[in-house]
Design a protein around this ligand. Structure first.
Ligand SMILES: Nc1ncnc2c1ncn2[C@@H]1O[C@H](COP(=O)(O)OP(=O)(O)OP(=O)(O)O)[C@@H](O)[C@H]1O
Ligand SMILES: [Mg+2]
Length: 228
């Protein structure tokens, strides 16, 4: 079953001096439970495409469907509601809130939902256990290593149990050992928890862990390979 269907998608940004089109007439299908890596030179449209998949931006033309939801047709308010449960986003710089503990950072998306405190505690506990950080729940981000901070960010991305997780160079700031551990965690999210994962990376080692590698250049898919 397809989880992601991108059809004829173009994204144009109008700047003061010119129009930029980072994604042009792009088609992409990702089946449920697939781990897809996006590669391509800087400026090729990788982050723009993740934003379109995650409903952070809307296409100028074409459709983006995630499961049963046509996210490209939603109003901004409906999109904001959909994002909370529909997708988890992992960033290169972790983007944790420095004054909140690991537990509180992971809880943030749940505060947007009508859940009891007890239910939130269960869900945060499950997410922190999934990333192997139950014993660091009350640490602040600065009291954690980079790899641990990224695992907290992954727990935050999965805490609402979305079908789709997208990650933009999530191992870009980590050393090889921490990157390997993070990648093993992502692989487990797909294999054990049934998540569908779309990850941007420049690292061929990371690409080897994926089910499929999609290469972008100037906003178009130039090659797809089962393995890098
Ligand atoms: N909000 C925006 N307004 C104007 N131009 C934008 C905007 N977002 C992206 N762009 C332009 O779109 C192009 C693609 O950007 P994008 O961030 O998708 O590239 P990328 O493949 O993620 O690159 P990198 O590997 O450096 O992260 C760039 O030329 C960028 O300047
Ligand atoms: Mg980018």
């Amino acid at each position: 079953m397809n989880l992601i269907e991108v059809r004829g998608v173009t994204k144009t940004f109008a700047t003061a001096s010119e129009a930029v089109t980072p994604i042009e007439n792009l088609d992409l299908t990702v089946v449920r439970g697939e781990f897809v890596v996006l590669m391509g030179p800087s400026g090729s449209g990788k982050t723009t495409l993740l934003h379109l998949l995650a409903g952070i931006d809307r296409p100028t033309a074409g459709t983006v469907r995630i499961g049963a939801d046509e996210v490209s047709a939603m109003t901004p308010a409906a999109l904001a509601r959909w994002r909370t449960r529909g997708v988890g986003y992992v960033f290169q710089q972790y983007n944790l809130i420095p004054v909140l503990t690991a537990y509180e950072n992971v809880e943030v998306p749940l505060l947007l939902l009508p859940l009891s405190r007890t239910r939130r505690e269960q869900m945060v506990g499950t997410a922190l256990a999934a990333v192997g950080l139950s014993d660091r729940a009350h640490h602040l981000p600065r009291q954690l290593s980079g790899g641990q901070q990224q695992r907290v960010a992954i727990a935050r991305a999965i805490v609402t149990d979305p079908l789709l997780v997208v990650a933009d160079e999530p191992t870009g700031n980590l050393d090889r050992a921490a990157a390997t551990r993070t990648l093993e965690l992502f692989r487990r999210l797909v294999d054990e928890f049934g998540k569908t994962l779309v990850m941007v990376t420049h690292d061929p080692q990371v690409a080897k862990a994926a089910d499929r590698v999609v290469h972008l250049d100037k906003g178009r898919i130039v090659a797809e390979a089962p393995h890098a």
